[in-house]
Design a protein around this ligand. Structure first.
Ligand code: FAD
Ligand code: ZN
Length: 472
């Protein structure tokens, strides 16, 4: 049944355009958390949009499901094929050209397979900033960023991926190419179709290129690590910092002491920048595109005032880029080091910014009541109301037994999220990991609308089946 279409795909793509050997396919079947192991008949690697469209048309004729895949750094299993193996993976890595840069228009057009860091660099070469920034930026692709509506550490200032897209080119499930690559700031000509594909995790079509929004390149930055008592103090500091820093706050990241301990213990180059231990920290960064904005003195004066009134317990301001990098290394190290501390059950949630501290306190109490010794590591982009409420296993517990309780702890934490009218996925998406939770928490009317959109665009259900939408 599948033989003829696979042969046709190979003939279309040529020998550089696919992998069907076990070693070549293997990396496409697993994801960074190692939760899913899929199967596939072929990894197609088309070289341009026309080839993507041709692949989609051939697959449609044979009712062959397609799983789009970018850098495969996603954290929800969305890019991994299902276990039945009756699908192809469509890898976008060969669509890796920057088609044009328009510095005067503060925009550039990139193909879906461009690595995020490559886009940042190209923008920088033209004195522009592409502000999306996240831990996986050296390997994730812009098509994946768009399809997951990625967030990261600068959302506070520049918005999510959704805010950074001016236009899209998409291969639709029927094989048509939609050229929506406009670079306009204003366009009120009916439904904003590009929004449908942003955050759709490959379930509505294949993003092949995007027109992206650029900003003036920051010329100054001031970075500090600030010790505080608890998340409530962090949020009080956040509110004061926004006003006191001329709206130049670009990052505000919460790190609990346990996270810092993990990073220092396991990640090379991570050291405690303060003499004493404190319960919580925030990493603050101000940036400005003016070389005369005096960010260091502004940050210093602000922190001195907050030390005086007792909100801040201690602080260190980076004296140069190297010191700033070392502070950021703690933040990134905290993520990587969790793996070394045994099993970790992840939550990527958001609540209204004003409710962050209460949420963390309530969720911590709830999970600790269920399993004494459990080690919550609530960290992340709290300035956006986003907490990565990760739970490390109790010291000495069995990893497998702990991870087997993933669903149970999800429900405990997500119930607290729901009470605050929050979201069970702030930035990592639904993929396979949160399908059931989505079905549980989304209002029926929302689920019905989502299903109608899916059916309208992809009536045969061939685009990344089994992702996002729970089974009806
Ligand atoms: P993939 O993992 O390949 O795919 C993700 C989803 O998009 C899948 O459903 C896939 O089918 C679909 N897809 C991919 N490309 C296309 C396309 N061209 N057209 C249609 N569908 C497509 N995420 C954040 O939001 N913020 C963070 O701060 C953050 N930090 C991270 C740190 C680390 C260390 C790691 C490993 C991941 C992090 N992530 C973060 C998650 C991840 O990097 C992002 O979700 C990223 O946007 C995924 O891009 P990708 O190219 O790897 O996509
Ligand atoms: Zn994050």
């Amino acid at each position: 049944m599948t033989e003829p279409v696979i042969s046709k795909l190979k003939a279309l793509l040529g020998s550089n355009g696919y992998r069907d050997d076990p070693a070549g396919i293997a990396p496409h079947l697993v994801e960074s958390r190692d939760l899913y192991h899929g199967k596939t008949l072929l990894v197609a690697r088309p070289r341009d949009t026309a080839e993507v469209a041709a692949v989609v048309r051939l697959c449609r004729e044979a009712a062959m499901p397609i799983v789009p895949q970018g850098g495969n750094t996603g954290l929800s299993g969305g890019g991994v094929p299902n276990e039945d193996g009756r699908n192809i993976v469509l890898a976008l890595d060969r669509l890796n050209r920057i088609r044009r840069i328009e510095p005067e228009n503060y925009s550039l057009v990139a193909e879906a397979g461009c690595i995020l860091a490559q886009i940042q660099e190209q923008a920088r070469n033209h004195d522009r900033l592409f502000p999306l920034s996240l831990g996986a930026e050296g390997s994730c692709q812009i098509g994946g960023n768009i399809s997951t509506n990625a967030g990261g550490v600068q959302v506070l200032r520049y918005g999510n991926m959704r805010e950074l897209v001016l236009g899209l080119e998409v291969v639709l499930p029927d094989g048509q190419i939609w050229d929506g690559l406009k670079s306009l700031r204003k366009d009120n000509t009916g439904y904003d179709l590009k929004q449908l594909f942003i955050g759709a995790e490959g379930t509505l079509g294949i993003v092949t290129a995007a027109s992206l929004r650029l900003f003036p390149l920051p010329l100054e930055a001031a970075t500090a690590l600030v010790a505080i008592a608890d998340p409530a103090a962090a949020m009080a500091l956040f509110n004061r910092a926004r006003g006191a820093t001329n709206d130049q706050l670009s990052a505000f990241e919460l790190m609990p002491r346990i996270g810092l301990d993990f990073a220092i213990r396991h990640i090379e180059g991570c050291a405690d920048p303060l003499a004493d231990r404190y319960p919580n920290y925030v990493l603050i960064e101000l940036t400005s595109s003016s070389p005369h904005s005096q960010l260091d003195p502004i940050l210093e004066a602000f922190l001195a005032e907050q030390l005086d009134n007792g909100l801040v317990l201690d602080a260190v301001i980076a004296k140069n880029r190297g010191e700033a990098k070392a502070l950021w290394r703690l933040r990134e190290g905290l993520v990587l080091a969790q793996r070394q501390e045994g099993g970790s059950i992840k939550h990527d949630v958001s609540v209204p910014v004003a409710a962050i501290a209460e949420f963390i306190a309530e969720a911590t109490a709830a999970v600790t009541a269920r399993l004494p010794g459990i080690r919550p590591v609530p960290f992340g982009h709290v300035g956006d109301g986003n907490v990565h409420f990760n739970l490390s296993q109790p010291v000495g517990a069995d990893r497998g037994e702990f991870l087997a309780r993933w669903g149970e702890f999800n429900r405990i934490v997500h119930d607290v999220v729901a009470r605050y009218h929050g979201s069970i996925s702030a930035e990592h998406g639904v993929g396979r990991l949160r399908r059931e939770e989505l079905g549980h928490y989304k209002a029926p009317v929302e689920l019905e609308l989502m299903r109608k959109i899916k059916a309208a665009l992809d009536p045969e259900g061939l685009m990344n089946p089994g992702k996002i939408l729970p089974d009806a």
